[in-house]
Design a binder for this molecule. Structure first.
Ligand SMILES: [Zn+2]
Length: 119
């Protein structure tokens, strides 16, 4: 579905990009119409072997399974932004008074199968 008409007049369309997640097939805009960044995370899969609880017929807590090779664009926990780059900071195992700053190559939780620019 082309949602471009929803955004007309709110954000310059040239600044919005439409992506398709190569892991789950989800389509999303980044940034969103309000200008905020969108961090896609693939939804879990519904367990095809789910069996309802016979003694609780009205209870249907769908069991979900993690999606293999899921994409999660959220930022890894514990990252810091120092001097223009993302780093992790830990205590030096040989000297508790020192910190070890390690440059991080990937800031997202998981790249999954990547994403494709749709338009
Ligand atoms: Zn996805």
């Amino acid at each position: 579905m082309d949602c471009a008409y929803l955004f007309r007049g709110r954000v310059d369309r040239k600044l919005m990009f439409k992506f398709k997640c190569n892991s789950c097939g989800g389509v999303y805009f980044d940034p969103q119409p309000d200008g905020k960044r969108y961090f896609h995370a693939c939804p879990d899969l519904t367990n095809p072997d789910f069996q309802p609880v016979p003694s609780l017929p009205k209870l249907d807590l769908r069991e979900s399974l993690p999606r293999p090779n899921a994409r999660d664009e959220r930022q890894k926990p514990g990252l810091q932004f120092k001097d223009g780059e993302y780093v992790t900071v830990s205590v030096d195992p040989n000297d508790a008074q020192k910190q070890v700053v390690t440059k991080v190559q990937q800031i997202t939780v998981s790249e999954g199968a990547g994403r494709t620019l749709v338009e």
